[in-house]
Design a protein around this ligand. Structure first.
Ligand code: GLP
Length: 232
């Protein structure tokens, strides 16, 4: 895994943006996108650039179950605010948090088949989850409804008024779907990610550490700040 150590998340976001830009110049048409605080500086760099995304397709990793697209806590809302309302894309896809489980998962898997991902952006949970694929997730998974772990609910409560409001379930692309991307850019910033990054890079490949599966993908770039790189 190629590792790029940056000063902070701003520099990391710019670096990720540069990689997207050169990927697009080489013909990338489908971007796999992520939510959370990690990719925010990258979205800012995209918005501030003069790059045109109107020929691009974007596919998001996940959405909270039970939240409508216009709910300010939803990942739909986040993506509109951070990127799509500023930079129009040809098509954007995000799982529908209100969709019926079976049909929604099937629909989203078809979206991924129809739009093979050229560049997948990933953040990482403190427990090394990717998307909402929590520890213990089979590496064979495609889109499904997942139960969030207590540690993820705890971390994500900062975006809600109370912990009770954090949804307990989400729709998430599976590990297999993530691995189908041609290129993956994983970003991690801050000391709280250091342990997860160490296990991801140096630990055994195990379903207990979802991101460790990235060791088996031949084209992953890791962008970390010094704090997240502290243990590697
Ligand atoms: C959520 C998202 C992940 C994200 C993770 C880390 O659980 N589903 O895609 O990587 O949070 O969030 P943050 O970037 O805010 O640390």
């Amino acid at each position: 895994m190629e590792t790029i150590i940056v000063k902070d998340n701003i520099e990391g976001g710019k670096k990720a943006f540069e990689l997207i830009k050169s990927g697009m110049a080489e013909g990338a048409k489908v971007l796999g996108l992520a939510t959370g605080s990690t990719p925010v500086p990258m979205y800012k760099a995209m918005v501030e650039s003069d790059l045109d995304f109107s020929d691009m397709v974007a596919l998001n990793l996940d959405e909270y179950f039970g939240l409508a697209a216009d709910n300010p806590q939803s990942y739909h809302y986040f993506m509109e605010e951070q990127l799509f309302s500023h930079k129009p894309f040809k098509e954007t896809y995000i799982p529908n948090g209100l969709g019926e489980e079976k049909s929604e998962c099937a629909r989203y898997d078809q979206v991924i088949v129809d739009h093979p991902i050229d560049i997948q952006i990933l953040g990482i949970g403190t427990n090394a989850h990717i998307g909402f694929n929590e520890p213990g997730t089979s590496f064979d998974t495609t889109t499904r409804k997942v139960a969030l772990t207590e540690s993820t609910i705890e971390s994500n409560k900062r975006n809600f008024d109370t912990v009770e409001e954090v949804p307990r379930y989400a729709y998430s692309m599976g590990i297999q779907s993530i691995l189908s991307a041609k290129k993956i850019i994983l970003m991690a910033f801050g000391e709280e990610k250091a342990e997860a990054i160490k296990k991801t890079l140096e630990g055994p490949v195990t379903e207990e550490v979802p991101a460790s599966v990235l060791q088996q993908h031949g084209n992953v770039i890791l962008i970390v700040d010094e704090a997240a790189a502290k243990l590697i």
